[in-house]
Design a binder for this molecule. Structure first.
Ligand SMILES: Nc1ncnc2c1ncn2[C@@H]1O[C@H](COP(=O)(O)OP(=O)(O)OP(=O)(O)O)[C@@H](O)[C@H]1O
Ligand code: SF4
Ligand SMILES: [Mg+2]
Length: 338
């Protein structure tokens, strides 16, 4: 975090969040642990702490099932943690409920098919009536780049991109302090994604809202985030300023994730792809030791018995690994591209 960010009040501070989901039924025969029957649980979120200063974006990235949405739901109060604390603007979560908004991947299911655009946005503006309400809705549609004439349309009369803009207009209507964007641009094509991302950044400049931007797409996350958290099996394994995500990553999983990002002309260099062998262990009662050990190309004996802690360095770069920086991919100059 930069010195400027540190001076800003944190919009969101989460400490030690844990969310486990109980699993019914017994494990398959060969996988039953010895001893008495225990309740099994999916460790969706395990010991997650983070800070999102006002006016900044925290990106959260990681492969499917690593706990991104479960974490997002906790952060905006759609679910409650089993353990841990969330504060918004220095007060316990709940005190600012109206100032926290969320936008999800599928705009069609987020909008009521029986409500016009005006009615959907109007719901978020309970204090306004009549002309004042109409004028504010028109203004919000304009802000998200939609023609105010669309106000009387129903969701099925809009394209996917227009629907997503309506969701964003509704989310920003109440001047939120925190906006969760969970795969909010993932269903849009590349050019529309870029437009919506640009729009979100312009809105943030104006409103100083904090964003939590969740995606499985590291390139999209890098485009919007000030800092990025990499999740693996319910835990943050690396948390670093976005600019470090080019070549200064320390956790072997983040390095592999970065290396899998498609190369685009103009990147300046090409990172040799590291293909991880093996599948992630089950999130149900994960093994002791480092959760990444079964796939880590540089794992050592200690990794399988001793779980690493997330350790923050003085420069704000945090990593959960006994041997940070030990996996370095080959970096080739762009000219060597075939
Ligand atoms: N309500 C629930 N009950 C039981 N298990 C759940 C529940 N919600 C999530 N999980 C489990 O928790 C883990 C994390 O799921 P989550 O949806 O947070 O992952 P994700 O990183 O958002 O994945 P994706 O990229 O596919 O959206 C998964 O193993 C999932 O099956
Ligand atoms: S602790 Fe060991 S297994 Fe885990 S990421 Fe680091 S080197 Fe790999
Ligand atoms: Mg998800």
């Amino acid at each position: 975090m930069t010195a400027v960010e540190e001076r800003r009040p944190p919009a969101l501070a989460a400490t030690g969040l844990v969310r486990h989901f109980a699993v019914s039924g017994r494990p398959p025969k060969g996988e039953r642990p010895p001893g008495p029957r225990r309740r099994r649980a999916v460790h969706a979120v395990d010991d997650v702490s983070l800070l999102v200063p006002a006016g900044t974006t925290l990106g959260v990235v990681g492969e499917s099932g690593c706990g991104k949405s479960s974490l997002g739901r906790l952060l905006v109060g759609l679910d409650r943690p089993d353990q841990g604390r969330i504060e918004w603007a220095g007060e316990p979560a709940g005190a600012h409920r109206g100032r926290v908004q969320a936008v999800f991947q599928d705009p069609a299911s987020a909008l009521d098919p029986r409500m016009t655009v005006a009615a959907a946005i109007g719901e978020a503006l309970p204090g306004l009536r009549g002309d004042a309400l109409g004028a504010r809705i028109a203004e919000l549609l304009d802000v998200v780049g939609l023609d105010p004439e669309l106000a009387e349309r129903f969701p099925h009369q809009l394209s996917g991109g227009q629907q997503q803009r309506v969701c964003i207009a509704r989310a920003i209507a109440s001047d939120p302090a925190l906006v969760l964007l969970d795969e909010a641009v993932s269903s849009l094509d590349a050019s529309l994604q870029a437009q919506v991302v640009e729009l979100l950044l312009q809105l943030q400049d104006r409103t100083h809202a904090a964003y939590v931007f969740i995606s499985h797409d590291l390139r999209a996350v890098r485009a919007v985030s000030d800092r990025i958290a990499v999740m693996y099996l319910g835990q943050i394994v690396e948390l670093a300023p976005a600019e470090r995500f080019d070549l200064e990553l320390l956790h072997p999983y983040s390095v592999a994730l970065r290396s899998a990002e498609p190369h685009l002309p103009g990147d300046g260099h090409r990172i040799e792809r590291i293909v991880l062998q093996g599948d992630p262990p089950s999130p149900i009662d994960p093994p002791p030791g480092c959760r990444f050990a079964s796939r880590c190309p540089v794992a050592q004996d200690r990794c399988r018995s001793e779980a690493p802690e997330l350790v923050e360095r003085p420069d704000g770069h945090a990593v959960r690994c006994h041997f940070p920086g030990s996996l370095t991919p080959a970096v080739l100059p762009e000219e060597q591209l075939a």
